[in-house]
Write a protein that binds this ligand. Structure first.
Ligand code: FAD
Length: 382
């Protein structure tokens, strides 16, 4: 059982309601939504009605005004059932951008819809030609009268098929390098020239739609620039990626715990050579290693979460958690699948899904090579 020192009675009560919601509304549909390759909009609205999507949104903008850690509780509960398929973490990332940098009018216009689930959020950074190197994005948002005209294409966008609101990373001044990057809100229902591509065929995260997006002379009002000043996008991204990397770390530890729990249940039942798989020394050692790594990582996350809430979590410490936690998940998922034998390779066993979903966690939200870069940079400061 995962426990964190920052958790209060309120966090536990919130966790219990998320757990109940997932058990009643998500789990029975898991197989059907895996087949469909996406989660229906109505499910988002149910989550919104329960206060799950707007937990950290201020009350005046339709949320519950709770601390950031309440969103972590949601990701942890989701991860504990071995799930990465519902794109809440991307939705939450969008909420946090608007909360942190939006004008009062933007918050009043956008946040209530994101809190209620009327809108599903997405963030579009990656392009066919660039992912890690964000400053090389080619999508442009050209100032034109009282608006912007967006041209370009994005790929690998989580919630891309279902999103009603997309924060698009674009160059408002292509000659200005990182200072020419801005974030622009696009309300998809109103955006003539906006087109969604395929639901991309992935090796894991099957319930989550991931797609290409195309912007062809898409006009948005100037008031859709996140904040008031052009050229702030790169700075905003660097600040918010800290949050994104911490939340991926919580997904990783929750998935790892789920893998361990499922494997324990399996090896206690399954027999070979007249004894339980649990009784082989190899099994006991592998599971002892997993338990130890999870406990140690939980202690690190405990510290980082306090730092987050006190506003002093640094980019390199969030990168350490994302890098180490997702590598840990990879090791644990692999070992746990092995202990299931051939059944671990069958999709009807949850460990198969955890294994496939774990792989991408080392790639998105900044690859683990980029994480090492971020950490290494902090070593070279006198
Ligand atoms: C399932 C899924 C969901 C995603 N969701 C989103 C989303 O919602 N929004 C979004 O914008 N993006 C999303 N992405 C994209 C993801 O963030 C990128 O794939 C990731 O940032 C890597 O970019 P890339 O694929 O272009 O790889 P590249 O940047 O081309 O990297 C290729 C390889 O080179 C390595 N490399 C690159 N630069 C360096 C360096 N400086 N030093 C050492 N090694 C380096 C990388 O680590 C990697 O191993 C998603 C991706 C997937 C697979």
């Amino acid at each position: 059982m995962l426990e964190f020192q920052w958790m209060t009675e309120e966090h536990r009560a919130f966790a219990a309601s998320v757990r109940r919601f997932l058990a009643e509304e998500y789990e029975p549909n898991r197989a059907a939504w895996t087949k469909a390759g996406q989660i229906p909009h109505a499910f988002w609205e149910k989550a919104g009605a329960l206060g799950i999507l707007g937990a950290t949104i201020p009350e005046e903008f339709g949320g519950s005004g709770l601390p950031l850690s309440f969103d972590l509780v949601t990701f942890l509960e989701q991860a504990r059932i071995g799930d990465m398929g519902w794109g809440t973490f991307v939705h939450s990332i969008v909420v946090h951008y608007v909360n942190a940098y939006g004008t009062r009018e933007q918050k009043a216009g956008w946040l209530p819809k994101l809190a209620s689930g009327e809108w599903v959020g997405a963030i579009a950074m990656t392009e066919p030609g660039t992912g890690s190197d964000l400053k090389a994005v080619r999508t442009t948002a050209k100032p034109d009268g009282n608006g912007y005209i967006i041209n370009g294409s994005k790929t690998f966008i989580t919630n891309g098929l279902t999103a009603d609101f997309i924060l698009v990373v674009a160059k408002t001044d292509p000659a200005a390098g990182t200072r020419g990057i801005s974030l622009i809100g696009v309300e998809t229902a109103e955006a003539a020239g906006f087109r969604r591509g395929r639901n991309l065929d992935k090796i894991g995260m099957k319930r989550q739609d991931t797609s290409e997006l195309f912007f062809d002379e898409v006009r948005v009002p100037r008031t859709n620039l996140l904040g008031t000043e052009e050229g702030q996008g790169f700075y905003q991204l660097m600040k918010q990626l800290v949050w994104e990397r911490l939340l991926i770390s919580y997904c990783a530890i929750g998935n790892a715990q789920c893998a361990l729990d499922d494997t324990l249940a399996y090896v206690r039942e399954r027999k070979a050579f007249g004894q339980r798989i649990m009784d082989f020394q190899n099994t006991r050692f592998r599971l002892a290693e997993a338990k130890t790594e999870i406990e140690i990582f939980a202690a690190f996350l405990d510290r980082l979460t306090v730092e987050l809430e006190e506003g002093r979590l640094t980019a390199e410490r969030a990168a350490m958690a994302k890098y180490w936690g997702t590598e840990m998940l990879g090791r644990i998922a692999d070992n746990c699948l092995q202990l299931h034998g051939g059944y671990g390779y069958m999709n009807e066993y949850r460990i198969a899904e955890i294994y496939a979903d774990a792989r991408v966690q080392r790639i998105f939200a900044g690859t683990n090579e980029i994480m090492r870069e971020v950490i290494a940079r902090s070593l070279d400061i006198e």
